[in-house]
Design a protein around this ligand. Structure first.
Ligand code: AMP
Length: 304
């Protein structure tokens, strides 16, 4: 209650209140958000967090819908996190459309949006680093040095700010999901990490904010990623050997000049370590990444 008075009297916040609907709260400052959520927590409300970098598609909204269903309050953060971009051009070209995102969140019954400035999230001088051992050196980590240190840092900060009961991550970014689970386990952060299955378009292309940068032709060319995963899945289910499957997929990419494969890995879904046979683990995942034109795409599927 006290907070609401402060909040509504805050002049810097007033334009936001008139511009957006009163039901969904929009915060740019950490103190105001934590104060608001503390009040909700004291009233016994369960809080779900959906961390995002915006430029929403149905994949993001599926995470939001699930959080809305499972919690009393859903907080969605929109923050294009500079520390997880190893390529300055990728950061610069990353699609941003906060106003449209906010409308989509409203339409999906999100309760709170947190969209801070970079200077709000990061001090000029930073000394804390998060290292994630072998998990930051394989697959995505190998091709995007420093990426997961940035992810680890921003996720830890968001979890500490929001203190959610549950946090939602897409299984499309499987390595991120596995790494966040490890992070909260090892740092004893009291939150349930929930994985949400990948949402695809009708042709099988995994939805991604980066797809906005693909031409119609490139979108067709990008289907090779999902087709390769499904072909490999089929071959493995029919008793194909891992080496044979890898060779077939690599050759398919060599034949197609419009795409560039960075990696194709067959891994234990829990540890993401490479396996030699499906018998090595309870569940295996096939992970792939590469470029269509200048756009980098990733995808994965589980064998089961
Ligand atoms: P991003 O804004 O790309 O950082 O994504 C925010 C969250 O949405 C992450 O947890 C992603 O894994 C998830 N996500 C992105 N694309 C999809 C998708 N196609 N299906 C399900 N979740 C997704």
């Amino acid at each position: 209650m006290i907070f609401h008075t402060i909040y509504k009297n805050n002049r810097t916040f007033a334009p936001l209140l008139t511009r957006f609907n009163n039901k969904m709260e929009i915060f740019r400052e950490i103190g105001q958000l934590t104060c608001y959520l503390k009040n909700k927590r004291l009233n016994g409300k369960k809080i779900g967090l959906v961390p995002t970098m915006g430029a929403f598609h149905e994949g993001h909204l599926t995470l939001v819908k699930r959080s809305v269903k499972e919690n009393d309050i859903t907080v969605c953060s929109i923050f294009v996190n500079p520390t997880q971009f190893n390529n300055p051009e990728d950061l610069e070209k990353y699609p941003r459309n906060v106003d449209k995102d906010i409308e989509m969140l409203k339409a999906n019954c999100c309760d709170v949006v947190f969209c801070p400035e970079v200077s709000t999230m990061y001090r000029k001088e930073r000394i804390v680093q998060i290292r994630l051992g072998y998990l930051e050196e394989i697959m995505e980590g190998k091709f995007r040095p420093g990426h997961f240190q940035g992810v680890g840092l921003i996720v830890t900060k968001l979890l500490n700010i929001v203190k959610p009961d549950r946090a939602y991550f897409g299984l499309k970014d499987l390595q991120q999901f596995v790494l966040v689970k490890k992070l909260v386990e090892e740092l004893n952060i009291d939150v349930e990490i929930c994985g949400v299955p990948t949402v695809r378009n009708e042709k099988g292309l995994a939805l991604s904010s980066r797809n906005e940068r693909l031409s119609e032709r490139e979108k067709e060319q990008a289907l090779i990623f999902n087709r390769s995963l499904r072909l490999a899945q089929e071959m493995l289910k029919n008793g194909g050997k891992i080496k044979e499957v890898r060779d077939v997929i690599l050759k398919n990419f060599q034949k197609d000049n419009s795409v560039k494969l960075e990696y194709f890995e067959i891994v234990d879904s829990e540890t993401l370590r490479n396996i030699d046979s499906l018998n090595d683990c309870d569940n295996a995942s096939l992970c792939i990444a590469g470029y269509v034109g200048k756009v980098r795409l990733i995808d994965n599927i589980s064998i089961n």
